[in-house]
Design a protein around this ligand. Structure first.
Ligand code: NCN
Ligand code: DMD
Length: 354
């Protein structure tokens, strides 16, 4: 059995008994029942993930998967392809959106070249290149099945390394000009939705937007991905970044650590991981709403409601540091609030206020 199948087979569901104990503790804290809203649900979910009622996540990291997409030849993206390589290096220089937001939140990033077209070498860059960008899905499959599996396994291995370094919560980000086209294509095949999933990505004029829809629909017709086989879908109309992030979701679930979705690309990867093993779902946390239309479709399919509505559509993992801070709040509630039993009030008074 290959590494991927072994990991997929070993992912267990979140721990229901830890969730029940956490729920009982949340209800025993000095506050009206339910009054901390989704922070309460989050604390319960975290307990299900780790198997412990009380949690704290000291070392936090967003994994950024960078890769190029052959389909940009068709004019589906407004930015030049070279931006992928440029931003990959800029992330390590600490000057991009994800770099500064991570620093502000006290979290780290790992930047992975999983398939940038040019060869990059920069201190801190993790080079796990499967190939120099995917092939153009408008002309044939984006990659082979073996390459798709290798990209997922690379993501799993990155998570293994981060867990060994002591990271206990992860975020998922990416950089790849053209990856809203691949993400929309994968979302359309997996959910059965139509061109309403396709948006303007980083920005397109109306004519280019019309062309983008045509290119994506034609790529699906040409490659005929099998919607019941997530790896077939990834290999035919996906990207190496999406594959790497799928591996991050699988790896996090396998190691029983929480993992945040950022925007549309990581949401699609989360859906692929859940299709490979539905137990992954319990380990996934949403961060913010992406403005890209496929995002809503995929998150509805996953049954996930984002915490934040910030009109963001940068990608890079930029929602994850914000999500980490919400997790810190949920842990503070669970670990530091007093319970009704710990304070000295008469039972009659408790009945009145609860
Ligand atoms: O995260 C999102 O939902 C998101 C939405 C639109 C664009 N992006 C980012 O923009 C790039 C893809 O846009 P495009 O138009 O080149 O397909 C890629 O580098 C993503 O990180 C990201
Ligand atoms: C500058 C720039 C930064 C990005 N970060 C993620 N996608 C991006 C696309 C562009 C164009």
């Amino acid at each position: 059995m290959n590494k991927l199948d072994t990991i997929i087979e070993k992912i267990v569901p979140a721990d229901e008994s830890a969730k029940e104990s956490a729920s009982a503790r949340v209800d025993s804290l000095i506050k009206p029942i339910g009054s901390l809203g989704r922070l309460e649900d989050l604390a319960v979910q975290l307990a299900g993930i780790t198997g412990r009622v009380n949690n704290s996540f000291e070392k936090k990291c967003t994994v950024v998967m960078s890769s190029d997409n052959g389909v940009v030849e068709e004019g589906v993206a407004s930015s030049p392809q070279e931006i992928t390589a440029m931003q990959t290096v800029n992330m390590l220089k600490g000057i991009t959106g994800i770099s500064v937001l991570s620093k502000a939140a006290g979290s780290d990033i790992r930047v992975v070249d999983i398939g940038v077209k040019s060869d990059l070498d920069y201190p801190g860059l993790l080079v796990r290149k499967i190939k120099h960008g995917t092939d153009n899905m408008a002309k044939g499959p984006a990659m082979t099945r073996d390459e798709a599996i290798a990209s997922i396994e690379a993501g799993i291995e990155i998570v293994e390394e981060l867990v060994a370094e002591g990271y206990s919560i992860l975020g998922t980000g990416e950089m790849g000009i053209g990856n809203t086209s691949t993400s929309s294509a994968v979302a359309m095949v997996l959910t059965g939705c139509g061109e309403e999933a396709i948006g303007k990505g980083a920005g397109l004029d109306d004519e280019a937007y019309r062309k983008k829809k045509e290119v994506i629909s034609n790529a699906i017709s040409l490659n005929r991905p099998d919607s019941s086989d997530p790896i077939d879908v990834l290999s035919k109309v996906g990207g190496l970044d999406i594959g790497g992030l799928t591996g991050c979701f699988l790896g996090a679930a396998y190691h029983r650590i929480p993992v945040f979705v950022d925007g549309v690309i990581s949401a699609v990867a989360a859906l692929l991981a859940c299709r490979l093993n539905p137990n992954v779902k319990g380990y996934i946390l949403p961060s913010h709403i992406s403005m890209e239309p496929a995002y809503r479709i995929v998150m509805e399919e996953l049954g996930l409601r984002p915490f934040l509505d910030m009109d963001m559509r940068l990608g890079e993992g930029s929602g994850c540091p914000m999500g980490f801070q919400i997790v810190d709040m949920a842990c503070a509630m669970m670990n530091n609030m007093a319970t009704f039993d710990e304070i000295s009030l008469s039972d009659d008074f408790l009945v009145d206020i609860r």
